[in-house]
Design a protein around this ligand. Structure first.
Ligand code: NAD
Length: 495
């Protein structure tokens, strides 16, 4: 008999799969007092409901992680790495199904968008599995009477909270480094996209992780998320989401001074100098704002173009977007953009398009009626002649809406680019490597892409400046962020 906590769900293609809906705590599926309806953003209909963790469920998950840590901390790095590689193999084997779940639940085009997310998730699991037996400290020089060493040890129990734009992939940026460093985890998905992480929990079970090492829950932010952030027995919290919630998490985490990593919002500028390779700039500028329907924290939602090529850029950029970026069913192989995630995000993006028009920006494409009968669809939207005081230039919209402005000199480009409360990413296009690097070093952003946009690499640290966050994920820094340092002073004298 199929467990009542597993539901059979059909994709629009007719293919069916088994979807867990419970809370995965201490290696078993549990119910809770409450549920959340999971909505398909392509049509606004309920796909299923999942159990929503209450504060007491979070307490149980933390207790199970704490108990598991007693033995997990004795497991060798080699063994942890082997388990993680087994998990990566299972995820790879089920990649197409998981990509289908992301298409259904988050509206991501299954093959051009969701599948690369899952492949990236497999890659980060393997990358971190390789780190598991390579985390070590230092021997600090001293006189003959002392041995001074520092060790890198796991925090213990970590809470992790993720958003909906990359439901499994963002989770894997957190799970993989935390596991390889030897921590036990309680992770919560976004209430808007809980399905893929629950499916992943079954793979964790199959891979053979000890109960309690990885607890996976769904739940509401202000209920389960807030408890995870404030919990007195959690040693670290890692959060990805909006700056507004990030500020709240930091306050809640002060309850026991737990370590905090925050990956928050952005309003990233992309600068095009007049010596740039125009086709290259146009390709990446479009990719960086239209991919994932613009729901990317590092989306280049502001484009700054040198006055001498401004009109030419706009004409060619518009044509390129019209040809390559269009909405369509996430299950249609031709689709490059799905719907936005939910009704409130849809209304927020629409509100900003209206504000852009009212504030005097010129709408070049977008805001036309959508032919779909239901769901949360927004066409690619391009505004030009934008100025710094406009809300479409200042605020993170998190949709397929780009604001293009003009600059005259290098100094002006840098000034406009840095004129934002955010500091997540920036992009520079110029054939002159000196110009590109000189400008890059003056941009207040945690990541700068030269002659590309959003082509991240899991081996490179990622993190935000200013209101975009604190701390790093990915790369060696992302692994070490899940360790704390213990110093050992050994007296080598006999008396
Ligand atoms: P959000 O802040 O609304 O929610 C993110 C997560 O926080 C969800 O799991 C939610 O349940 C939880 N949450 C909400 N309120 C909470 C509270 N009071 N206490 C604890 N947890 C709470 O963000 P979102 O709308 O899901 O995601 C979009 C945002 O995420 C955008 O701002 C985007 O820029 C950001 N983002 C940042 C990165 C990055 O790496 N910097 C990556 C992806 C997304």
């Amino acid at each position: 008999m199929v467990s009542p906590l597993i539901k059979s769900i059909a994709f629009p293609t007719g293919q069916k799969y088994d979807q867990p809906t419970g809370l995965y705590i201490n290696g078993e599926w549990r119910e809770s007092k409450d549920t959340i309806d999971v909505i398909n953003p392509s049509n606004g209909e309920v796909i299923t409901s999942v159990y929503a963790a209450q504060e007491s469920d979070v307490d149980n998950a933390v207790a199970s992680a704490r108990k598991a840590f007693k033995s997990w901390k004795k497991v060798t790095g080699e063994e942890r790495g082997a388990l993680m590689n087994r998990l990566a193999d299972l995820l790879e084997k089920n990649a197409e199904t998981v990509a289908g779940i992301e298409a259904l639940d988050a509206g991501k085009p299954q093959f051009s968008n969701a599948l690369p997310d899952i492949e990236g998730s497999v890659a980060i699991l393997r990358y971190c599995a390789g780190w598991a037996d390579k985390i070590y400290g230092n021997v600090i020089p001293s006189g003959p009477d002392k041995l001074l060493t520092s060790k890198r040890i796991p925090y213990g129990v970590v809470s992790q909270i993720v958003p909906w734009n990359y439901p499994l992939n963002m989770a894997m940026w957190k799970i993989a480094p935390a596991l390889c460093a030897g921590n036990c985890i309680v992770i919560k998905s976004s209430e808007s996209s809980p399905l893929s992480l629950l499916y992943f929990a079954e793979l964790v079970n199959t891979a053979g992780f000890p109960p309690g090492v990885l607890n996976i829950i769904s739940g509401l932010g202000p209920v389960a998320g807030a408890r995870m952030a404030s919990h007195p027995d959690v040693d670290k919290i890692a959060f990805t989401g909006s700056t507004k919630t990030g500020k709240e998490i930091q306050k809640l985490a002060s309850s026991n001074l737990k370590t905090v990593t925050l990956e928050c919002g952005g309003k990233s500028p992309l600068i095009v100098f007049d010596d740039a390779k125009l086709n290259q700039a146009i390709y990446w500028a479009a990719f960086g704002i239209m991919y994932n329907t613009g729901q990317i924290c590092t989306a280049n939602s502001r484009i700054l173009v040198q006055d001498t090529i401004y009109d030419d850029f706009i004409e060619k950029f518009k044509a390129h977007v019209q040809e390559n970026w269009f909405i369509g069913s996430p299950f249609d192989k031709k689709s490059t953009m799905g719907p936005v995630i939910n009704k409130s995000q849809f209304e927020k993006v629409k509100h900003y398009i209206q504000r852009g028009k009212e504030e005097g920006a010129k709408l070049v494409i977008g805001d036309e009626p959508v032919t779909f009968e239901s769901g949360y669809w927004i066409h690619p939207t391009i505004f030009v002649d934008c100025t710094q005081n406009m809300s479409i230039v200042k605020d993170e919209i998190f949709g397929p809406v780009v604001a293009i402005s003009k600059f005259r000199s290098q100094e002006e480009a840098i000034e406009l680019a840095n004129d934002t409360e955010y500091g997540l990413a920036a992009m520079v296009f110029s054939k002159d490597i000196v110009t590109a690097n000189t400008v890059a070093s003056q941009l207040e952003a945690g990541t700068v892409y030269i002659n590309s946009s959003n082509d991240d690499n899991i081996r490179v640290p990622f993190g935000g400046f200013k209101m975009s966050g604190t701390g790093s994920e990915l790369g060696m820094e992302g692994v070490l962020a899940y360790t704390k340092i213990q110093a050992i002073h050994t007296n080598l004298t006999r008396d």
